[in-house]
Ligand binder design. Structure first.
Ligand code: GTP
Ligand code: MG
Length: 172
């Protein structure tokens, strides 16, 4: 018989990479060019059909500003999946994403699925600081579940990103 399964998903990544924008695009199909930086964390939910079952994503959108970093463990602890986000126009944000993956590997539940996403794929190629090839190499080396790019602004790759996460969650 059809089931509803609750899965906790946490977003991590440097401030301004577009975590809240990804969630807003996925949950409300909206985008804003002047989104305010998150304070603490935001909680949103979204349902997704998988066959005859339904996944309920319980999404914790954390704040990337340094002063909130100490709160992150509260949100990634017991998370089924962690979406680590960087922005394609910032090598620094990519390096920060790598640090998040290392911390997750050390601290979180060993079953937490880790996904790496490069956001803002809509920006011109000559403003990109991270190549897909380099990102994939790091993702392979760190054995993340999968690595992809997306754009909260255009919506490109957002739905697929969550479908891919849903497909990897344990449904019995
Ligand atoms: P914190 O809450 O401070 O951690 O930041 P955040 O990661 O939630 O970033 P947020 O979603 O607030 O987006 C930061 C800025 O980037 C905003 O001005 C967004 O409009 C912009 N932005 C987000 N996603 C995209 C994208 O896909 N493309 C472009 N071009 N801009 C984006
Ligand atoms: Mg935010």
């Amino acid at each position: 018989s059809p089931k509803t399964l609750n899965f906790k998903l946490v977003l991590l990544g440097e401030s301004a990479v577009g975590k809240s924008s990804i969630v807003m695009r996925y949950v409300n199909n909206q985008f804003s060019d002047d989104r305010e930086s998150t304070i603490g964390a935001a909680f949103l939910t979204q349902h997704m059909k998988v066959g005859e079952d339904t996944i309920k994503f319980e999404i914790w959108d954390t704040a990337g500003q340094e002063r909130f970093v100490c709160l992150a463990p509260m949100y990634y602890r017991n998370a089924h999946a962690a979406l680590v986000v960087y922005s394609l126009d910032s090598k620094d944000s990519f390096d920060r994403a790598v640090k998040w993956i290392e911390e997750l590997r050390r601290q979180s539940d060993t079953h937490t699925i880790i996904i790496l996403a490069g956001n803002k794929s809509d920006i011109p190629d000559d403003t990109k600081q991270v190549s897909p090839h380099d990102a994939q190499a790091v993702a392979d080396e760190m054995q993340v579940e999968f690595s992809t790019t997306c754009s909260a602004k255009s919506g490109g790759g957002i739905e697929q990103l969550f479908v891919e996460i849903g497909n990897r969650l344990p449904i019995e």
